[in-house]
Design a binder for this molecule. Structure first.
Ligand code: FES
Ligand SMILES: [Fe+2]
Length: 325
């Protein structure tokens, strides 16, 4: 993963009451909203090391909870309460921050690339719900897990798919310079509760990964998107991924609102099952000190996800076999 890429670290709604703790590439951060916009600093005061996230926001600056030094979004110390004149050379470590889509994005390593927002999701005039969670898994494992249909009838048996009702289908894989997707035909529609909730059983399902860390799942019926989800993945550390998710169901009626709330509640159970298996995977990889890199024929997206995370263009697999889902 490139540290010059922009990753989300906090939801703007979580910054209304004051600064928030965050973490990116293993570095603890404090994120806040001041009168000049968003600030992102290493969460350690350059004086004695107090966590700035325990301080408070004063106009554009954040105030350290220990001796009250104040720092601007560029890291510059702008005030020391014990001195009439503040020395000009004192700085906290600062990172570029930008707001988009209700999230604060941070760039850990400066580059000449300004923040470029990811492509907008297709507008489906929808009822939406947002969530965030941190899972003990690498970003690549997390992305693959969200987009992988082959574990669902094992880990989420009966809920998303049922092991006894597997269907043989021919998926299609497509890719571009910085994205890869697999499209499943309608016959692959899950037979579990979620599809029944949407009211039909004929969805074409698209699972997509795009740089620098976005997973998307879309359900289409007769070419029209009925359900869409986007998961912004952010590498809190090598083995922890922060996820900011948004679920959207077509329609803005009360029924659509109710459905999206039910889907979110169900997804929470799905996420907790994934959290458990991914936690076991991560513990085991650490126990053995190595990560098996086997890519099976049905792992359509993994090589592409790994390529995109290296900053390379993904390649379409030579052979996409039929699989049982
Ligand atoms: S530790 Fe922050 S001002 Fe002293
Ligand atoms: Fe899962």
């Amino acid at each position: 993963m490139k540290k010059s890429a922009w990753y989300p670290v906090a939801a703007t709604r979580d910054l209304r009451a004051g600064p928030a703790k965050a973490q990116l590439f293993g570095t603890p951060l404090v994120i806040w909203r001041g009168e000049d916009g968003y600030g992102a600093l290493a969460d350690i005061c350059p004086h004695r090391g107090a966590p700035l996230s325990e301080g408070c926001v004063d106009k554009a600056a954040i105030t350290c909870p220990y001796h009250g030094w104040r720092f601007g979004p560029d890291g510059q110390c702008v005030a020391m309460p014990a001195l009439a004149e503040t020395p000009s050379r004192i700085r906290a470590q600062a990172f570029a921050a930008a707001e988009h889509d209700g999230l604060v994005f941070v760039q850990m390593e400066a580059s000449r690339h300004d923040f470029a927002p990811p492509p907008p999701q297709q507008d489906i005039a929808s009822a939406t719900r947002e969530d965030s969670v941190t899972i003990r898994a690498s970003l690549a494992d997390m992305a693959e897990n969200i987009l992988d249909t082959t574990h669902t009838s094992v880990v989420h048996a009966g809920y998303l798919r049922q092991a006894t009702r597997r269907q043989l289908v021919q998926p299609e894989v497509r890719c571009g310079a910085d994205w890869i997707e697999v499209v499943y035909p309608e016959s692959a529609t899950p037979s579990g509760l979620v599809s029944r909730l949407f009211g039909t059983d004929c969805y074409e399902i698209t699972d997509r990964f795009r740089a620098p860390g976005i997973a998307e799942v879309e359900y289409r019926c007769n070419g029209r998107i009925e359900f869409a989800s986007r998961f912004y993945l952010s590498p809190a550390s090598d083995n922890e991924t922060r996820i900011f998710s948004r679920l959207s169901i077509r329609g803005t009626s009360l029924l659509s609102q109710l459905k999206v709330s039910i889907v979110r509640a169900m997804l929470r159970r799905v996420v907790s099952e994934d959290e458990e298996i991914l936690g076991l995977v991560t513990d085991n990889v650490e126990r053995f000190g190595r990560r098996p890199g086997l890519i099976a024929p049905q792992d359509f997206l993994r090589a592409g996800i790994d390529a995109i995370l290296r900053g390379e263009a993904p390649e379409r697999p030579d052979h996409v076999p039929q699989i049982y889902v």
